[in-house]
Design a protein around this ligand. Structure first.
Ligand SMILES: [Zn+2]
Length: 326
C-alpha cells in the first residue's frame, strides 16, 4: 500500500512512473497519446505499472495539459492533443484508487518543492519552455490553483506588443506564440526578414527558411556552431523575449527560487543561462531569485504528479475530497 503512481499527460506523449513513498522512481513508461479509447488506455497504464496488483498502490497523481476543469476532474478541450476532451478522475476512481489532479506545470512546481531542488523553499516559481510555455507557483508554501485549475497561463503574457505573430490561443505578441518550441521557427523567420539578415550574412539557415521546413533544433545547432544569424536571433531577440516573460512572472510572484524545465530550456541551458544573466536585471524589480534548471529532466512531470499523491497540497484538499467520493 505504500507505492504511488505519477502520470504526466502531454499533448504528444504520456509518461507514467511508479514511485516509492519516499519519492524514488522505480519504473517508468512512455507512450504516444492514444488516438482513441483514452480512458481504457489510462486504466491499463496504471494496471501495467502496478504489476497487476492495484492493492499496492496508495494513490495516483496526475499532471495534465489543460485547460482543466477540476470540478469534474477532466480536460474539456485540449487544443493540441489527438483527443480534445477526456475524463481523468472518473476512470481512475473506477479502479478504486485515490486520485489527485493538477495542471502539468503546477504539478512540476509541487514536485520540485516536495522531491526536488526547491525543498526547503516556501516561494517557488517553475517555468517550462517546451512545445508550449507554462508555469507553476508556490507562494508562502501554498500551491496556487485558480478557479478551475488553470492559474499561471504565463505563456500568454504579452512580451512583444509590436509583434504580429499570432499565438495558438488567438492573441498577439504572446510569449508562447514567439518563443515556445513549435513557434521559434516562425519568430526566427520574422526576425531575420525584419532585420534583413539573410542579405548581410551567410548562413545555412537562410536556405532552410526558403525550403519552409526549418526546425527549432537546427537554429540551436547552428547557434552552438557560431552561425552569425542564429547568434543574433537567440542572443538579441529570443532571450530578450524569454527574459521579459520570466521577469514579469518573477515580478508578479516574488519567488525565492526559479526552476526552469522543458525541452527547449534543458537542451539549451548555456544559451538560456547567458541570456537570463544578460537581460533579467533590465526587467526585474523585486529581489532576484536563485535560478536553477530542474534535475529531473524529462521526468519532471512524473515526479510532480507523484508528489501530488505522496503529499497532497492543502490547496487541492476540497477537490480531493469531492473526487474521491465520485
Ligand atoms: Zn496566447
Amino acid at each position: 500500500m505504500s507505492l504511488h503512481i505519477g502520470v504526466d499527460i502531454g499533448a504528444t506523449f504520456i509518461r507514467a512512473g511508479l514511485f516509492s513513498h519516499e519519492g524514488e522512481l522505480l519504473k517508468k513508461i512512455k507512450s504516444p497519446f492514444p488516438r482513441s479509447g483514452f480512458e481504457e488506455y489510462l486504466k491499463n497504464l496504471i494496471i501495467d505499472l502496478s504489476g497487476g496488483e492495484l492493492s499496492r498502490i496508495a494513490g495516483v497523481g496526475v499532471g495534465s495539459i489543460g485547460p482543466l476543469d477540476l470540478s469534474t476532474g477532466s480536460v474539456p478541450r485540449a487544443p493540441n492533443a489527438p483527443i480534445k476532451s477526456f475524463r481523468i478522475v472518473d476512470p481512475l476512481r473506477e479502479l478504486g484508487l485515490r486520485v489527485v489532479l493538477a495542471n502539468d506545470a503546477v504539478a512540476a512546481a509541487w514536485g520540485e518543492h516536495i522531491l526536488g531542488l526547491a525543498r526547503g523553499y516556501r516561494n517557488i516559481l517553475y517555468v517550462t519552455i517546451s512545445t508550449g510555455i507554462g508555469g507553476g507557483v508556490i507562494v508562502d508554501g501554498n500551491l496556487l490553483i485558480g478557479k478551475d485549475g488553470n492559474a499561471h497561463e504565463i505563456g500568454h503574457l504579452v512580451v512583444d506588443y509590436s509583434s504580429n505573430i499570432r499565438c495558438g490561443c488567438g492573441g498577439y505578441g504572446h510569449w508562447e506564440g514567439i518563443a515556445s518550441g513549435i513557434n521559434i521557427p516562425r519568430s526566427f523567420s520574422q526576425y531575420v526578414s525584419r532585420e534583413g539578415l539573410c542579405g548581410s550574412f551567410k548562413s545555412p539557415l537562410c536556405q532552410r527558411l526558403l525550403e519552409g521546413s526549418l526546425e527549432t533544433r537546427e537554429i540551436f545547432e547552428q547557434y552552438a556552431r557560431g552561425d552569425p544569424i542564429a547568434i543574433k536571433y537567440v542572443d538579441e531577440y529570443l532571450m530578450l523575449v524569454n527574459s521579459a516573460g520570466i521577469a514579469s512572472t518573477i515580478n508578479a510572484y516574488d519567488p525565492e527560487i526559479l526552476i526552469m524545465g522543458g525541452s527547449v530550456a534543458l537542451n539549451n541551458k548555456e544559451a538560456f543561462a547567458k541570456g537570463l544573466d544578460r537581460y533579467l536585471d533590465k526587467y526585474i524589480t523585486v529581489r532576484k531569485p536563485v535560478i536553477r534548471f530542474t534535475e529531473f529532466g524529462d521526468d519532471v512531470g512524473i515526479y510532480g504528479a507523484a508528489a501530488l499523491s505522496i503529499k497532497p497540497p492543502e490547496s487541492l484538499k476540497e477537490y480531493i475530497e469531492a473526487w474521491n467520493k465520485r
